[in-house]
Design a protein around this ligand. Sequence first.
Ligand SMILES: [Zn+2]
Length: 413
Amino acid sequence: MRSIARFVVDTHSHISTLYQPKGDKSEQLRKEGKWDGMAHEVEAFDNSALALYDMDRYGVDMAILLPSMTGTYNETQLKIVRKHPDRFRACCSDQMTATKVVRGEITDWKLQMSLDEIEAALKTGDFVGIGEFVPGLNIYRYGYMPMPDFDQRVEEWDAFCELAVKYDVPVHFHEFNMFFRLGNPKWHHAKLLETVASRNPKAKIIFNHGYKDPDLNCKDPLESMKEVYTMVAAHPNVYMETGGWCEKNFEIAFDSGVRACNLMWGHDYGNVPQHIYRKNILDYRYDSKIGIMTDARVFEYRKTDSQFGSGYKGLPTIPTYQPDFYGWGMRTIDRVGEWLTQDEINLIMGGTAARLYKLPVPQPRMFPEARPDIFGENWRDMYPLIPDEQIQNPDPFRIPIEKKFFDDDFTSD
Ligand SMILES: [Zn+2]
């Protein structure tokens, strides 16, 4: 069976819940119109059977599980990893602390509580990253303490970057405003990302969803995308997820100097509260108590998109079936494959993730190396791209880079 790339990793997977409220609150929350799958504790559910079916069907070798909503504990992810160690790895977050905040059991949340929980998880060596959400925004402070200002948030981020560097794992950056619950409406998240990435050059920061949909308040979505991608290109320690991107995202990213070694394929796989749909079918958001904006400009340049069901009239909040994120995402890669090389696609689809998350790969020599055109000035740091210990069937030796490549300024003319 043809696969889309040599080694495929879904780097953003949520298969530990079906986004149903925990306990018997389900009916009440729905009646009151409060249930959107996000703000309350969810019931855990092992959705790995369908995930593995899809992975086999579409040729996805491994997936990175991210805890996200309260109730999707680190331990819940780990159980799935232990059942299928050759297919999954998991990141960790402060899931217990967050759950206690949501339950009202913690009313004087301090950042240190979350840092301690994450450090304890990293110390076990069982987790490969921090995320999806870095603690400290709305659910922690909503209603009982002031939200941080920009400088305060930068300092909080410094603390998480320090942890990430100490344990040599990437940290996920998901700070954009989602229904005023998960992000912070006070500043543009790209500005925060730029500041944090500059102050913490050793921290590997994953920009979740990679600015899939530009900020709804921006003047010109494509111009805004260009500005953000130009900023990302200037920070080799920033990685972006491409799973929900359309061709325009890829085009503008590469035009802005972003490289495949900073891109990874992943976008909220799982029975998440999102639907994928066509332009002009459900093309506007309605205003509601939770502050969703009436604006569909982001759809002008793309033909399909995924959005949260709760933002649109006529869509169930939680999909009753599992929308096919893999099939959708791979068709986009097929389209950009008309101008992007397969070497670069191999990085985006798995190589970048294998390097970042230290994943086992089956064979040597699968990913590009010693290619200044692909990696830019830092190409020497990318050789070897995958260390020997990660290669399951290594060669007896590595092919050395020709000496003249270093001596004669081989690359400049
Ligand atoms: Zn997610």
